[in-house]
Design a protein around this ligand. Structure first.
Ligand code: SF4
Length: 437
C-alpha cells in the first residue's frame, strides 16, 4: 500500500490539534503528507457541535466518492461526529473505509492498515494516553499542548461530554516534557489546551491545580510565550489572574465564554455561574492586567430566551467591553438536555437578535483595536501576511493580529517591538521599531 495521506479538519482547535497528532503518528509510521488529489488515504476530522458543521462534512465527504471510485483511496472519518455516529456513518456512506472515535487517533496507522482489508469501526472510549505520541506542528512557532481532554460539565446544549468522554488531566511531567520537545523544535509560543483548562487537577504531583501548572510551565520556558484556552467562568478565579500578573511570559489574553447575560438562561444552560459572578471576574481581569484582551462566546436563541434575556446579554457585552466575540445561533444537538426543551425562538427572531448582537460586538472590537493605535506592542512574528506578501503577520501578547511592512531581514519566529499606526476592522497595522530576538 502506498503511503500518502491528507487530513481535512473541520471544527474547533481541539480537532486541529488532533490533526497534528494524527500527522505525527502517521509520519513516524512512514506515511507522507500530500495534497488531496495525491493522497492514498484521506482522513476527515469532523465536528458535531453545530448542525451546519455536520451538513458541511457530508457534502465534502460525498465529493470524494469519484476519487475513491477512480483511484481506490482509503477514506477515514474521525472526530466528534464519527464518535457519535459510529457504525451508522458506515451505513450512511458505505464508501467510507474507517470510522474512528475521539480516543482512537493514537492508533491511526494500525487502523488504516486494518481498513485496507475491510471496513473498520473503532469508537471505544477506554481512555486516551498521549504520552510519547508524536506531534507534527501545523504552525511554525506555536505549539498546542493538551492538558485536559474530555469534559465533565454537561452544559445543556453541548455534545462534547458525550463524544469526547469524561474529563482527564495529563500528568504535569508529561506536559512539561512535551513542551520541552516543542521548544527545542522551535516553538516560541505554547498554548495549553483543554475544554475547561481551569478544572485541571492532578493530585498525584505537587502541581495539583491549573494555576500551579501555569506557573510551572511559565518558569520552565522563560523565553516562550504561554497562553491557555478555554477557560470556564465558573472555575476561572483570582488565583489565575494573579498567576498571569506574576509570570512575565504568560500573555494577557483570556477567552472566557459568557454564552448568555441572563441568569435564567445561564441556569437553563447549566453553566454554573451568574451574570454578577462573571462580571466580577471580567472587572478584576481589567483592573489587574493592564491591556488584557478578553474574548468570549455567545449563543443567541437558546430555548426560552425572551427579549428581556437577550437585552441582558447585550447589556453584559457592553459592560464587559469584549475585545472579540464569537457568536452562534442556537440549534439543538440530539442527545443533549437542551434538545428536550421546545426550540421556541423562531428562526427569524434568532437571526434578528444575532444581527443586533453583531452590531454591538463589531463596534466593541473596532473600539478595542482603535484604543491600541498610537501605542507600542511586543509581537511574535508568525510569517508572511496571507493577504499581502510585502507585510509580516504578527500577534500581540493579547492575541491581536498586527501587519507591518517587511524589510530585507527574515524575522519570522522572532519577537519584535512595533509601533501601532492604524487599525482595520479585525487587525492592527504597525511599523517595526526593534527586533528583540
Ligand atoms: S464546558 Fe460546556 S460548552 Fe465547554 S465543552 Fe464542556 S460541556 Fe461543552
Amino acid at each position: 500500500m502506498k503511503k500518502n495521506y491528507a487530513v481535512v479538519t473541520l471544527g474547533c482547535q481541539m480537532n486541529v490539534h488532533d490533526g497534528e497528532r494524527i500527522s505525527g503518528v502517521l509520519e513516524s509510521a512512514g506515511w507522507r503528507e500530500a495534497s488531496l488529489k495525491d493522497a492514498d488515504a484521506v482522513i476527515f476530522l469532523t465536528c458535531c457541535v453545530r448542525g451546519s458543521a455536520e451538513r458541511r462534512f457530508y457534502g465534502r465527504l460525498s465529493s470524494l466518492k469519484p476519487l475513491k471510485d477512480r483511484k481506490g483511496i482509503l477514506i477515514a472519518v474521525g472526530g466528534c461526529l464519527a464518535q457519535k455516529e459510529g457504525l451508522r456513518l458506515l451505513e450512511r456512506a458505505p464508501y467510507v473505509d474507517l470510522v474512528f472515535g475521539t480516543q482512537q487517533y493514537p492508533r491511526i496507522a494500525e487502523l488504516l492498515a486494518r481498513a485496507a482489508e475491510g471496513a473498520t469501526c473503532a469508537t471505544g472510549m477506554d481512555g486516551l494516553h498521549l504520552d510519547n505520541i508524536p506531534v507534527k506542528r501545523k504552525e511554525d512557532f506555536r505549539a498546542w499542548i493538551t492538558i485536559t481532554h474530555g469534559c465533565d460539565n454537561f452544559c445543556s446544549y453541548c455534545v462534547v461530554p458525550f463524544v469526547r468522554g469524561r474529563e482527564a488531566s495529563r500528568p504535569a511531567p508529561e506536559i512539561l516534557a512535551e513542551a520541552s520537545r516543542q521548544v527545542e523544535g522551535g516553538a516560541r509560543e505554547i498554548v495549553l489546551l483543554g475544554q475547561n483548562v481551569n478544572s485541571y487537577r492532578r493530585r498525584e504531583e505537587g502541581a495539583s491545580r491549573f494555576v500551579d501548572l501555569l506557573r510551572q510551565v511559565g518558569s520552565a520556558f522563560p523565553g516562550v510565550w504561554i497562553r491557555f484556552i478555554t477557560s470556564h467562568p465558573r472555575d476561572f478565579d483570582e488565583s489565575v489572574i494573579r498567576a498571569i500578573a506574576d509570570t512575565p511570559n504568560v500573555c494577557e489574553y483570556v477567552h472566557l465564554p459568557l454564552q448568555s447575560g441572563s441568569d435564567r438562561i445561564l441556569a437553563a444552560m447549566n453553566r454554573g455561574y451568574t451574570r454578577a459572578a462573571y462580571l466580577r471576574k471580567a472587572e478584576s481581569l481589567r483592573s489587574s492586567l493592564k491591556g488584557v484582551v478578553l474574548s468570549t462566546d455567545i449563543i443567541v436563541g437558546f430555548p426560552g430566551e425572551r427579549e428581556e434575556d437577550f437585552l441582558a446579554t447585550l447589556e453584559m457585552v457592553e459592560s464587559c467591553r469584549f475585545d472579540a466575540a464569537f457568536t452562534f445561533i442556537y440549534n439543538p444537538r440530539p442527545g443533549t438536555a437542551a434538545a428536550r426543551l421546545p426550540d421556541d425562538v423562531t428562526p427569524e427572531e434568532k437571526h434578528a437578535r444575532m444581527e443586533r448582537l453583531l452590531h454591538v460586538t463589531r463596534r466593541l472590537t473596532a473600539e478595542s483595536l482603535r484604543s491600541r493605535v498610537g501605542g507600542e506592542e511586543v509581537v511574535l512574528v508568525e510569517g508572511e501576511s496571507f493577504r499581502d506578501p510585502a507585510c509580516w503577520r504578527a500577534r500581540t501578547r493579547g492575541n491581536q493580529v498586527v501587519h507591518f511592512p517587511r524589510e530585507e531581514q527574515d524575522i519570522a519566529g522572532k519577537f519584535a517591538r512595533v509601533a501601532i499606526t492604524a487599525c482595520g476592522s479585525w487587525c492592527l497595522h504597525g511599523r517595526l521599531l526593534e527586533v528583540l530576538g
